[in-house]
Design a protein around this ligand. Structure first.
Ligand SMILES: NC(=O)c1ccc[n+]([C@@H]2O[C@H](COP(=O)([O-])OP(=O)(O)OC[C@H]3O[C@@H](n4cnc5c(N)ncnc54)[C@H](O)[C@@H]3O)[C@@H](O)[C@H]2O)c1
Length: 278
């Protein structure tokens, strides 16, 4: 990767949701978008903005911050109106938002608090619907725009520690497909990127995250991709080079999704079970 990039997003404008701190995938994506020549606004929930860390990214990328709690419809509407004032229409939107009170409070899947489940689904999935709905209603999405939401393979496979976020990601991917089909007539693409476990605030907040991270790292032939590598992939999806890719869930996981077991794991497991049977 060159430090100056390829100019893939020259002249493009966007909205980036979900940068919390330097480790956030959205933070890395914002830096990559800037490197590629894009201008954008940054958004996060007012409570997250109180930490103050986003100001550094805002200064580095010359991007204004527009607060928005995506669980509040009026705030999403307001954000789109302000974005229009700030940038006019946008060519890309990144949705990198996830939160589960049940996971935070270590609630098991068969003992969920249903109010919290509603919050999980609302913030982590239905928010994509709200963002696209109000972007359209306010005339914010340019023809040929590209929308990417970050997902996880828990949408397809059961990862017990991922609890109700497995359901949230399945819903998120469904909303991306459904909106993708409706926006296609304007050449607008909507995809999800299914990223491997990544050491961020949301990721490491999951009980058992280290085990999930190590398992994926050992199974994936290319190993786990970093947040910066995810950022480079998202740049290609925001660029014109991928203009006919839509309604897809795209795995960015070093080959994890199609792997059965690695040689290293076979050898390790053989040793563990041999010791157990002694
Ligand atoms: N870290 C991983 O292992 C991993 C793997 C695959 C997918 N993802 C997804 O990537 C996305 C970004 O997560 P991350 O890992 O960079 O962690 P992160 O904690 O840095 O980002 C999550 C963001 O969601 C924001 N958010 C929460 N509630 C909100 C609300 N009501 N309104 C607006 N924003 C709100 C947080 O403030 C935070 O910025 C999430 O969708 C996550 O599920 C993460």
């Amino acid at each position: 990767m060159t430090e100056t990039g390829y100019g893939l997003l020259k002249g493009k404008k966007g909205i980036i949701f979900g940068a919390l701190d330097e480790r956030s995938i959205a933070w890395r994506i914002a830096l990559a978008c800037k490197r590629e020549g894009a201008d954008f606004v940054l958004s996060n929930a007012p409570i997250a903005l109180r930490l103050g860390t986003l100001n550094a990214l805002s200064e580095e990328t010359d991007a204004p911050i527009i607060p928005c709690d995506v669980s509040k419809e009026d705030e999403v509407d307001e954000l789109m109106k302000k974005t229009k004032e700030e940038l006019g229409g946008v060519d890309f939107i990144l949705h990198a938002i996830g939160m589960s009170p049940n996971i935070r409070k270590k609630k098991e899947y068969n003992d969920l608090n249903y109010n919290w489940l509603n919050q999980t689904l609302d913030i982590s999935a239905i928010s994509l619907h709200k963002v696209l709905n109000y972007a359209e209603k306010n005339g914010v999405l340019n023809e040929g725009a590209s929308v990417v939401a970050l997902s996880y393979i828990g949408a397809q496979r059961i990862f017990s520690k991922y609890s109700d976020m497995n359901d949230a990601k399945a819903l998120l991917e469904s909303i991306a497909r459904n909106y993708g089909s409706r926006l296609a007539k304007r050449g607008i693409r909507v995809n999800t990127v299914s990223q491997a476990p990544t050491k961020t605030s949301a990721g490491t907040g999951i009980k058992g995250f280290d085990g999930m991270y190590t398992f994926a790292e050992k199974l994936a032939p290319l190993g786990n991709p970093s947040a910066d590598e995810c950022a480079d992939y998202c740049v290609t999806l925001f660029s014109d080079l991928t203009r006919k890719v839509t309604m897809q869930n795209l795995y960015h996981d070093g080959g994890f999704v199609t792997s059965g077991i690695s040689e290293e794991m076979i050898d390790d497991l053989a040793k563990i079970y041999a010791e157990g049977s002694e």
